[in-house]
Design a protein around this ligand. Structure first.
Ligand code: SF4
Length: 325
């Protein structure tokens, strides 16, 4: 019995790759998914449950973020360093596999499905950069690729693998139908690094802050972000959920602002904001509320150990727009 350990995003391709290998009786199919502030395990959990396979979850935030700041193979359209990210995932999966038993790694990558990251050259580059190119099988396109070690050594039967290629998803949808797989997410949407607005905020953070923490990264996906100055950022919740998420992430040096007498956003100001900057934060808080036309109103300020009230009026709309990321 060999272990076939698959990279599981939870998308249809990764589901089909698992399902295809489950046809081969000599294999025990397991999956691994990766967690960072940019992508989580939820889709993979749903897929693994549907396929009845064990799922390993690895948090790679630290090494992934270190790579993300200067990816050797560069970024895709946005801040997605797909080649180096995939290579890292295979590398970490190989370490996991070493503790599970003899076997190989696989993924649901399809030749030519994504012009930049899944062309023939990219698949080879990813495999090489992973440090374990011999161990990697792409079952959905295997018949179009050079035979790999798992095939040559008889761990897996190449004849039962597939020759899918290109951007059309018809073959995948037909297979899903044949195997009765009805639950799978729409393509895309699983990784914030491919999202243009999120990528803008991340680029801004990298350009303006040296010591970036996990909380800084998590905050990028919450509320509206205003870059006021190179050393000053204001984050304003858009709804009750954002406000709660901001409150849950406030650190000792951060300040929180909210309106005293009206509903409105919670505003988080990271770092040790000066009194003058806190007033700007209070004005941003008023600007995003329904009380923006009421002139000066009371804004509650909270920072570790200190609570007080400021009076602030809305900022001009053009000013807010100029700062919005
Ligand atoms: S889309 Fe995101 S998770 Fe997937 S390889 Fe690219 S950077 Fe990594």
């Amino acid at each position: 019995m060999f272990i076939a350990l698959g990279l599981m995003s939870g998308g249809l391709d990764s589901i089909l790759a698992v399902r295809l290998l489950q046809e081969q009786q000599q294999l025990r199919v397991e999956a691994v998914t990766f967690v960072t502030p940019f992508f989580g395990p939820e889709r993979a959990r749903a897929a693994a449950a549907q396929l009845s396979i064990p799922l390993h979850e690895l948090d790679i935030t630290d090494i992934h973020f270190a790579m993300l700041q200067n990816p050797p193979h560069g970024y895709g359209k946005n801040m997605n360093p797909c080649i180096d990210c995939h290579a890292m995932m295979f590398r970490e999966a190989a370490k996991l596999l070493a503790g599970l038993g003899p076997g190989f790694l696989f993924s649901g990558e399809v030749l030519g499905e994504r012009p930049m990251s899944q062309n023939r050259q990219s698949l080879v580059t990813v495999a090489k950069a992973s440090g374990c190119p011999d161990m990697i099988l792409r079952p959905l396109s295997a018949k179009l690729l050079e035979p790999t070690k798992p095939e040559l050594e008889g761990m897996v039967d190449r004849e039962q693998l597939l020759d899918i290629q290109g951007r059309s998803r018809k073959p995948q949808l037909a297979l899903a139908k044949q195997w009765g797989i009805t639950q799978f997410p729409n393509p895309g949407g699983g990784c914030l690094l491919t999202d243009p607005p999120f990528s803008r905020r991340l680029r801004d953070l990298l350009d303006h802050q040296k010591d970036i923490t996990r909380t800084d990264l998590e905050l990028l996906n919450i509320g509206r972000h205003l870059r006021v100055r190179p050393d000053l950022k204001i984050i304003a919740g858009r709804d009750a959920k954002d406000n709660q998420q901001l409150m849950a992430r406030v650190r000792d040096t951060d300040a929180l602002l909210s309106l005293v007498d009206f509903p409105g956003p919670t505003v988080l100001m990271p770092g040790n904001a000066s009194d003058e900057d806190l007033l700007l934060g209070a004005r941003a808080c008023v600007s995003f509320s329904s009380a923006r036309d009421r002139g000066e109103i009371a804004v509650f300020l909270h920072r570790t150990g200190i609570s007080s009230t400021l009076k602030a009026s809305a900022l001009p709309r053009e000013q807010i727009n100029a700062w919005l990321l």
